[in-house]
Design a protein around this ligand. Structure first.
Ligand SMILES: C[S@@+](CC[C@H](N)C(=O)[O-])C[C@H]1O[C@@H](n2cnc3c(N)ncnc32)[C@H](O)[C@@H]1O
Length: 264
């Protein structure tokens, strides 16, 4: 990450960028323990683009390919937006990152300048609610680690329906959100936190609910991609042969549900 933009980005983190994920929480997120701004947190924020290139972009490059316009909903400090703008395979002309948190969003342009994608990656402050874009305005709509922070179930329904509305027919919606099939909620570490819902606490939506909300879309199975990524991580030469039902189940069992849909 190039200087002087790296230092500028870190200054924004110290001013509170990236520190609030639940929009309707009053001050900072209640579920974060102690000071979030330790060296590990800063390093993870700085390295976020590389992490998204390895996982998010790789899947989209394999399954979606070349696009013209991308909307990144809940972009925070722009890690996902910049990773998407850097992809030569997606080759997007314009990637727009939007977020309701103005403080986080202020850090995003510094990140884009650090990677020299400021001509393609743009950012806009958009409050929660209906998206200020026309129907079918984007080829690809991405939302990574946002759904779990929308506290009320009815707001989640409208959020997902807006993602679908602004995607063109034949275009794609990609969602990544933690799996509820675990003992502790992923962000807050509360035991069975995905089922003991409380205000201002994240909780995960099950995959079948997400599928129901995207009624105008067809799911693109990602089981094979998840196996390929795991095989690469452990350094195996080639993926094991798995029966189709297990391949279909794998994306549901992982820590993060990664779901890709094509609008009919
Ligand atoms: C963990 S961050 C996601 C960061 C980014 N997508 C990434 O993966 O690097 C969650 C973001 O969701 C945003 N958010 C919360 N509620 C939202 C809503 N209703 N609409 C859009 N974004 C929302 C928060 O402001 C926060 O910046």
């Amino acid at each position: 990450v190039k200087e002087p933009f790296r230092s500028e980005f870190i200054r924004h983190l110290h001013a509170g960028a990236g520190a609030k994920d639940i929009h309707d929480a009053i001050e900072s997120d209640e579920f974060r323990s102690g000071s979030a701004l330790n060296a590990q947190y800063v390093a993870r924020e700085v390295e976020r683009v590389a992490a998204h290139q390895r996982s998010l972009c790789r899947t989209l490059e394999r399954r979606v390919g070349k696009v013209d316009t991308i909307l990144d909903v809940g972009c925070s400090t722009g890690g996902t937006t910049v990773a998407l703008a850097l992809s030569k395979t997606l080759d997007a002309r314009a990637v727009l990152g939007i977020d309701p948190n103005a403080v986080s969003l202020e850090a995003a342009p510094a990140r884009a300048r650090a990677y020299e994608v400021e001509d393609r990656a743009r950012f806009q402050h958009v409050p929660p609610g209906p998206l200020p874009f026309a129907d079918a305005a984007f080829d690809l709509v991405v939302s990574v680690s946002v759904l779990e922070f929308i506290t009320h179930a009815s707001d989640r329904e409208s959020f997902v329906s807006e993602l679908q509305r602004v995607t063109r027919p034949g275009g794609f919606v990609y969602l990544s959100t933690p799996s509820p099939l675990r003992l502790r909620e992923l962000h807050s570490r509360r035991i069975l936190g995905d089922f003991r819902k409380r205000d201002n606490m994240p909780w995960a939506t099950p995959s079948w609910e997400i599928k129901r909300m995207l009624a105008d879309c067809t799911e693109v199975p990602l089981g094979a991609d998840i196996v390929a990524a795991a095989v690469e991580r452990v350094g195996l030469d080639r993926p094991p042969r798995l029966p189709a039902p297990l391949l279909a189940l794998l994306p549901r069992m992982a820590r993060w549900q990664k779901m890709l849909f094509q609008r009919r």
